[in-house]
Design a protein around this ligand. Structure first.
Ligand code: SF4
Ligand code: ZN
Length: 761
């Protein structure tokens, strides 16, 4: 342990705890100790304080004992002449720093000083996007993000568990130059690592640097600007703490377990750019508690491995001494060094395109004014079709552009496009065609400056002027697909060839063929019934976050995150026979109505480490399926209404249960079985097997309006199937009532069928 670091961290911690005390005292004097305190859009209170101390702070006054505890953790600042500090004392100071930092941020919210603002700053899809934002939620209101929303945490959850997103990098400070700043985030984006930004060096922050270079920041691009000071780095540790609570099934106050969970499962590190002051040392000590190493680009003493981490705690990698032909190469190596230090192997598929490529660009929007050309949408037709061919009919890597390219199309114009992907492989099956085809969306979207929406014959692709200027052509669609299908589906796909079709006659011909294939697939999917198969599948992907949860996926009930249906699981099992999707042989039927089989029960016991004994596939009232945290909707019993409500993740309003989605999520998730509460994928709502043992879809008495709107057609079909064609109009939503009395009045007025059904329990 370096005395230098220890001294500075301890000194920084003292300063910050004092600052927190002063600010709290002053604010209590101004607004009183009962003034409410909260971070926005989270059900986890002040997450680090809640997680570590088990204290749910809701008022300013409740921060006083928290700061007292922080003070107790402080150790005397070591004298210069005597060697004294140990790692333990530095870590304590780090923890005190985190409590003080979180307290200060919370008080700043009370004072209206958080989230911070930068004039002219604009972010896509962040927490504080203004209501006057543009079509894609881009706000020009200058707000930085502040803490991450629960909704966002959960929606990243799946990507974090299935490895698409390895973890996060908390960058503090400012890079040597704007160019280096951009390179560092691009290198991280390329690996799908979340990027949290905070801090400054002499007033200049990496946030300014990226803003000046026109780098898009926001949830969609994986770059979250927290704030301009070191303090706001606390939001990264709040995120880590909530991950452990949300996905690890841990409870507030289990400090040791939460820290161990992060050390073992959350791939994260701190990149400290530029000069390091006492507060940064103190904050770094806080991060080390979580097992997150700190990599600095300046000369500082290092801290070598000890019990807390298997890797170095603090690594000094002075920027100018990194070997490389220029600063860009040095930036690249700095990122590599950070990743090596945290020690996770990241799979990188090299995609030969002239623009940056990675999942971080998936959410990127190409606006009309920035667009070079589009395919599909209002003015043209684009389709994509993937089919299986015999081995000898596919020439691997062959990419043909058949027809004119877009050079003839005027700027901002449109043209027809067809993407025909032909694959061959010994383990490939026709059933897997749609599974693979659906990936086209993610694969194409990964190119910076390319936007992909939709699928099949309603695909809609835009190429930006910037991407076209860099040389992106139609051929690159083929290059991307070839590389990615090999990279991710190499176990079932041996050969891939791609035809990019713009020739009008050929386009028409293949569009017809593609549509025939889509119809065939629809019929096949429609005929896939639970009682027509011998096996269901497990999905245990979320166990790295929720160790007792298993999704049981059947043809008529998809995984609760909505991302994995029965065919996906079947394909995934072929690709990776020892992976998270294992076949469940159904065995003996115990109860066909509630949905019990010996096979599913066995799997439930085994995969829940014994916490669950039985799972009813078709009931919410009896042994419902558990949930991790990734569910698209929550279904919950409303006893007075003799039915259930369905709340969408996108709905932040109050519900008749007296709780919002984020509070309900705490009850539904964590791998526990709670009769009357269930997290589900939204397409399960349309299944004939949706709580069929409890009366089925007619039990739905209230539903978030966003679901009604976005799935109008599907629900209409369900209503007709259930023999109540006007059912959807009789289901209440948040625009008509958000409490039980209002709900009952609505149901009576609209004669909701649930009122006339047998008691649900
Ligand atoms: Fe997680 Fe279930 Fe989705 Fe699998 S299907 S990723 S276990 S939520
Ligand atoms: Zn999950």
């Amino acid at each position: 342990m370096s005395r230098y670091i220890a001294s500075r961290a301890i000194r920084g911690a003292h300063l910050l705890v004092n600052e927190a005390d002063d600010l709290l005292r002053q604010t209590i004097a101004e607004v009183g100790s009962d003034a409410p305190v909260a971070f926005p859009n989270t059900a986890y209170y002040l997450p680090t304080i809640n997680g570590m101390m088990g204290v749910q702070v809701e008022t300013l006054g409740q921060l006083e004992p928290v700061l007292k505890h922080a003070r107790d953790l402080l150790h005397p600042i070591p004298s210069d002449c005597r060697w004294m500090p140990y790692l333990g004392e530095t870590l304590d100071s780090g923890m005190a720093t985190l409590f003080a930092a979180e307290a200060i941020e919370a008080v700043r919210f009370v004072r209206g000083d958080e989230p911070q603002r930068i004039p002219g700053f604009h972010m896509t899809g962040g927490s504080f996007t203004s209501p006057d934002a543009g079509a894609n939620g881009s706000g020009g209101n200058g707000y930085l993000n502040g803490p991450i929303d629960d909704v966002q945490l959960r929606s990243w959850g799946i990507a974090l568990v299935d490895g698409r997103m390895p973890g996060f990098a908390a960058i503090v400070g400012a890079a040597k130059s704007n160019e280096v700043a951009v390179k560092i985030v691009r290198e991280l984006q390329r690996r799908n690592i979340l990027i949290f930004l905070s801090g400054n060096v002499n007033g200049r922050s990496i946030i300014h640097q990226l803003q000046e270079e026109g780098v898009e920041m926001g949830y969609d691009t994986y770059i979250v600007p927290f704030g301009l000071d070191t303090l706001s780095a606390i939001y990264a540790l709040g995120f880590a703490t909530r991950s452990a609570l949300t996905f690890g099934g841990l409870k507030a106050g289990q400090a040791r377990e939460i820290l161990l969970y992060n050390r073992a499962r959350v791939f994260a590190f701190v990149l400290a750019l530029g000069e390091i002051d006492d507060l940064k040392y103190a904050a770094a000590a806080g991060a080390i508690n979580y097992g997150f190493p700190v990599i600095a680009d300046t000369v500082i003493p290092q801290i070598l491995p000890t019990g807390v981490t298997q890797h170095e705690h603090v690594v000094s990698q002075p920027f100018n001494t990194i070997p490389g032909k220029d600063d860009l190469e040095r930036a690249e190596k700095l990122v590599q060094k950070a990743i090596e230090t945290r020690g996770v192997k990241i799979k990188l598929t090299e995609v030969p395109v002239p623009v940056p490529y990675g999942s971080a660009f998936e959410g990127e929007v190409v606006r009309k004014k920035d667009m070079r050309v589009e395919f599909g949408g209002k003015y043209s037709r684009a389709f994509e079709y993937l089919r299986l061919l015999p081995m000898e009919e596919v020439e691997d890597g062959k990419i043909e552009v058949i027809g004119p390219d877009f050079s003839e199309v005027e700027e901002g114009g449109a043209m027809d496009l067809g993407i025909l992907i032909e694959v061959a492989g010994r383990k490939m099956q026709t059933d897997f065609e749609p599974v693979l085809e659906r990936q086209v969306h993610y694969f194409v979207n990964g190119a910076s400056g390319v936007q992909h929406i939709g699928q099949r014959d309603i695909a809609w692709i835009r190429i930006s002027k910037a991407a076209a200027d860099k040389g992106f052509t139609l051929e690159h669609f083929g290059k991307i697909l070839h590389a990615r299908f090999h990279g991710e589906f190499g176990a079932i796909v041996d050969k891939v060839q791609v035809k990019v079709i713009t020739d009008p006659a050929l386009h028409a011909e293949w569009l017809e063929k593609a549509r025939d294939a889509y119809n065939e697939r629809n019929e096949r999917m429609g005929s896939l019934k639970d009682d027509a198969v011998d096996e269901f599948y497990t999905c245990t992907l979320c166990q790295s976050f929720a160790p007792t949860h298993v999704c049981i996926v059947s043809p008529e009930r998809l995984g609760l995150c909505g991302a994995y249906n029965w065919l996906d699981c079947k394909a995934s099992y072929e690709i990776n026979p020892t992976g998270p999707n294992q076949p469940i042989l159904l065995g003996d039927t115990v109860d066909p109505v509630k949905g019990y089989w010996t096979g599913t029960n066995d799997v439930a016991v085994k995969n829940s480490q014994g916490t669950v004994h039985e799972v009813a596939m078709y009931s919410i009232m009896e042994n419902p399926m558990t949930a991790c945290g990734c569910f698209e909707c929550i279904v919950m019993l409303i006893p007075e209404a003799n039915g259930v409500m369905v709340v969408s993740r996108e709905d932040t309003s109050m519900t008749p249960a007296g709780m919002t989605f984020s509070t309900l999520a705490g009850m539904a998730g964590g791998g526990l079985q709670t009769p009357g509460v269930m997290g589900v994928g939204k397409y399960y709502l349309t299944s004939p097997k949706f709580i069929s043992a409890d009366g089925g879809f007619k039990r739905v008495v209230w539903m978030s309006s966003v679901l009604k709107k976005t799935m109008a057609e599907e629900f209409q079909a369900v209503a007709e199937r259930e023999g109540e064609p006007d059912l959807i109009d009789r289901i209440a939503d948040e625009t008509v009532c958000t409490d039980v009395d209002g709900l009952m009045a609505w149901m009576e007025e609209h004669e909701h069928p649930a009122l006339f059904m047998d008691p649900i329990f």
